[in-house]
Structures are given as C-alpha cells and as structure tokens.
Design a protein around this ligand. Structure first.
Ligand code: MEV
Length: 309
C-alpha cells in the first residue's frame, strides 16, 4: 500500500495576477488530504468505479502516470471542496506523489511539475501556484524573475514562473467560508476576458504584482500592520477585476470591523473563502460567523506533500 498526504493552501496576495506571470505569495495550511492506493480488481475510488466526472483530477492523473495493475484508491479530506483552499490541488499533488513513488520516480520537483501539468490540462489554464504550495508546504513566492534559490521553474505560453520557498513566521490566519462554491475555471475565464480587452485591467494586475513584493517584505519584517493594509489594497483590485462577491465582501468587512489588520478573498473568488490577518482569532472568527460565514482558524503547515509505502 502507498499513502500520501498533502496540505491545503491559502493565497496571501496575488491570485489572478499570477495567471499573467505576476508574483504571488501563498502558504500551506494545516488542513490536509490523504490518498491510499493498493492493487485491486478494477480502478475504484472510495469503493466506486473511478469516473471522470466524480474523480476528475484523480482519473486524469492515473491515466497520465500509471501503466500498471488496477488500483483501489481511498481518499480522506479535511479541506472543503471548491472553497478556494486548494482541495483539488492537494488531491492532485497527493495522487501524483503516490504514483511517482510507485514508479520509483518520486521527487518534490517532479511532483510539482506533473501536478501543474494535470491542473493545467483539467482547468484549461492557470498557474503553478496552488500545486507548488501544496507540494512544498510552508510559504512560497512565485515570481517571473530569476534569482538564486528557486526550487523549480516552468515556462508556459511566454510566461516564466520561478518558485521560491520563503521564511514565514508562525502566524495563524482566520478563514471565513461563504459556503458558495468557487469555480476556478469560470473565475479565471471571467478575469481573463477583462484583462485581454482592457489595458486598465492589465495595469491592475501589474499593480497587484508590486503589492505582492511589498507584502513579502512586510511579512519578513513581521510588519503585520503594513501587510494588512496591502491585503486590503489587493482586495480592492480583486473586486475591481470582478473576482469578489457580495458574500465575500460581507465576511471581509465583518473581519475588518472586528479589528483585523487586513482581509481579502483567497483563491479564485466568486464564492469560496476569505482570509483575515489578526491577533484576535476568536473575536474575528465569531464576527465572521455572525455575518453568515463558517470560520476556521488555521496555522501554517511546514510540511508539504509526504509519501510512504
Ligand atoms: C486559484 O487558487 C488561484 C488563481 O490565481 C488561479 C491560478 O493561479 O491558477 C485564481
């Protein structure tokens, strides 16, 4: 039997902009998925025949990476699906890690590379951000600039992404879930149309990129006041790009009223989740719940994907 587990992720700054090659700052969170695989009579997932609608990412991964006997696959997940918290990226990363291990070719870089290919094929676009965060754990910065210290890089359609691990203090964040599904493919398409036809929208993604780099400096200095302000500015841009929603705005303003340094949507938006940076986790979580969201306090997961057999 081979077993893998991978963390979910939240994007602190830079979602959507990263699709166009702008920087993005993400952290892995201590909410994980697990995958178990063993030989069986036919390909199944949680006791049901594997099918491309219900098990889209797993089936695509198996078809791409596995030439052996049928597999019985079992999944465990603490990450709510379509919540903007990286559930599909984590499932993909854990599935890839299991199959690479069974093929004797497991490395973190190969896991990140294959997982991005799979997400890109299934979603018809996107960046390597989510799959890299779930692979490496802790915090990562994606940048189009080549410097020392990147763990892997990829070029796609004239864009370059270099993935850098970054030091992160042991912070906790409050997540507020709207309960409305966030559909990454649809959201990325919506923003893409705007960016394609409007130079104003393109400028906003560039401004977002500068905010991410300033946010990374604030995080390194543990300047949470400035980081919170930057999160709020990033949220304004995401709102203008059409990535937010009424429900998200309501949870964001409840967290700010409760005294958070900053709050913004995380992931593709439209529904899904928001995050708040605060010292007062319980007070902020209660304010989010009062505003109709489901709150969760999370820590950074310093462990990325893990695989055993
Ligand atoms: C989704 O979690 C993040 C987006 O930037 C899409 C992507 O990077 O692939 C919206």
């Amino acid at each position: 039997m081979t077993v893998a587990s991978a963390p979910g992720k939240i994007i602190l700054l830079g979602e959507h902009g990263v699709v166009y090659g702008e920087p993005c700052l993400s952290v892995a969170i201590d909410v994980r998925v697990g995958i178990e695989m063993e030989n069986g009579e036919e390909f199944t997932v949680n006791g049901r025949k594997m099918d491309s609608r219900r098990h889209t990412y797993i089936k695509h991964t198996v078809e791409k990476l596995w030439k052996g006997e049928p597999l019985e696959i079992t999944t465990f997940s603490k990450i709510p699906s379509a919540s903007g918290l990286g559930s599909s990226a984590a499932v993909t990363v854990a599935t890839v890690a299991c199959l690479l291990k069974m093929n004797d070719t497991f490395t973190l870089e190969e896991t990140a590379k294959k997982s991005f290919e799979i997400e890109y094929e299934v979603q018809g676009g996107g960046s390597p951000n989510d799959t890299s965060a779930c692979t490496y754990g802790s915090a990562i910065l994606l940048s189009n600039e080549e410097k020392d210290g990147f763990v892997w890089k990829i070029s796609q359609q004239e864009k370059n992404w270099f993935v850098y691990p970054i030091d992160i203090p042991d912070i906790k964040l409050v997540i507020g879930m709207t309960g409305i599904k966030s559909k990454t493919k649809k959201q990325v398409e919506k923003v893409r149309k705007f960016v394609k036809y409007s130079s104003f929208a393109r400028e906003l993604t560039e401004e977002m990129g500068s905010l991410v780099l300033e946010g990374e400096r604030a995080l390194k200095k543990r300047d949470f006041t400035r980081l919170g302000e930057i999160m709020n500015e990033d949220q304004k841009i995401l709102h203008t790009l059409g990535a937010s929603s009424l429900e998200l705005e309501k949870l964001i303003s409840s967290a700010l009223k409760a005294g958070a340094y900053g709050a913004k949507l995380t992931g593709a938006g439209g529904g899904g989740s928001m995050i708040a940076l605060t010292d007062e986790h319980e007070k902020t979580a209660m304010a989010i719940e009062k505003a109709g969201g489901r709150a969760m306090v999370v820590s950074i997961s310093h462990e990325g994907v893990k695989v055993w057999d």
